[in-house]
Design a protein around this ligand. Structure first.
Ligand SMILES: C[S@@+](CC[C@H](N)C(=O)[O-])C[C@H]1O[C@@H](n2cnc3c(N)ncnc32)[C@H](O)[C@@H]1O
Length: 321
């Protein structure tokens, strides 16, 4: 995994849905987890691939105060940052025992530690078979592994595939940012009104501006909302507004920063789409569970309203290790 998750979590979001949620999960996702935490007999739980602790924070709300709450992720996660950016009381976070830099494939907790292991759009990012083996190892007999996982036929995955095609087209086929770099070079350093005035009559610059315009129209008509979400229009507005004056070097920094942002976004999308359960993987999960002394007790589509958004899994550990 590239360190794009480290960078993502540093922004402070509690979930992986950027600004879609103000704070933690709401709606059906929240209700699902609150229900899962109603079980009074949970004495120790672990949330795998926890991110900025969205699920453990729901557990803190619901589990008895003597239940131990553990959380783990491969990425670097900072409780201080989560507290600061989300105004969460430190004592709430203090209840969560967090370990970072730890893969779901190699959980380093003693065998038979947890009555509940949870994962929200998480363990499937690891090698699924190895992660299930490692999770089974740390579960107590009778313990449950409950997960909401990405699924190839979900709306989330379909939409993100569309976003991925859009980003690939912007970055590689249209070479959108090359036009800006070329334009900026043709413009040269723009310092005052005179430079701006002569730019109006610069034929080479005009030609590149036209290419940019054509590209924008093409991308917007092909990708619609998904293209708008890339923030390209804001970038273009800034470039031709406040960004137009200044040196070639300054403008290159502005262009490269937007380019980098979209490249990182593309990496995250590739990761996400690669993680989603395929039909075939879902079929195999029963036999993987059996190999590790578990039984699949639930494997069902998860809906938000009318939309299929994920797959819900529940596995029970049959004997202790
Ligand atoms: C979509 S996010 C979900 C985070 C969190 N569960 C939530 O719902 O907000 C996926 C998380 O999986 C983590 N991850 C990716 N590969 C992993 C692995 N092999 N082992 C553990 N965590 C991993 C990433 O660092 C990221 O935090």
């Amino acid at each position: 995994m590239a360190n794009h998750w480290d960078q993502y979590w540093q922004q402070g979001f509690l979930t992986s849905f950027c600004g879609d949620y103000l704070g933690n999960y709401q709606d059906e996702f929240r209700r699902f987890w609150i229900d899962a935490f109603r079980n009074e007999s949970i004495s120790a739980m672990l949330d795998v691939a926890t991110g900025n602790l969205s699920i453990p924070l729901l557990a803190v709300e619901k589990l008895p105060s003597n239940a131990d709450i553990y959380a783990t992720d491969l990425a670097h996660i900072s409780k201080d940052l989560i507290a600061k950016k989300n105004k969460i009381a430190k004592d709430k976070l203090a209840r969560i025992n967090l370990r970072t830099g730890e893969s779901a494939e190699e959980l380093e907790y003693p065998s038979n530690s947890f009555d509940l292991v949870t994962s929200m759009f998480g363990f499937e990012y690891a090698n699924k078979q190895k992660a299930i083996q490692s999770i089974a190892q740390v579960m107590k007999k009778g313990g449950k592994f409950i997960a909401i996982a990405h699924y190839e036929n979900s709306l989330i995955i379909k939409k993100n595939k569309h976003s991925m095609s859009c980003l690939k087209e912007i970055l590689y086929k249209q070479k959108f940012f090359n036009h800006f770099i070329n334009l900026s070079k043709v413009m040269g350093d723009v310092r005052g009104k005179e430079d701006l005035y002569s730019l109006k009559f610069n034929k080479k610059a005009e030609k590149i501006r036209k290419k940019i315009n054509d590209s924008l129209h093409y991308l917007e008509s092909k990708y619609g909302e998904v293209f708008l979400e890339t923030g390209i229009f804001d970038f273009v507005q800034y470039f031709f507004g406040r960004g137009i004056t200044g040196t070639v070097k300054n403008r290159a920094a502005i262009i490269n920063s937007k380019l980098k942002e979209l490249e990182i976004h593309l990496l995250r999308l590739k990761d996400l789409i690669g993680a989603a359960f395929t039909e075939k993987e879902l079929e195999q999960i029963d036999s993987i569970a059996v190999q590790h002394n578990m039984k699949v007790t639930k494997k069902a589509p998860f809906y938000k309203g009318q939309d299929l958004v994920a797959i819900e899994l529940e596995l029970v550990k049959l004997i202790s290790d």
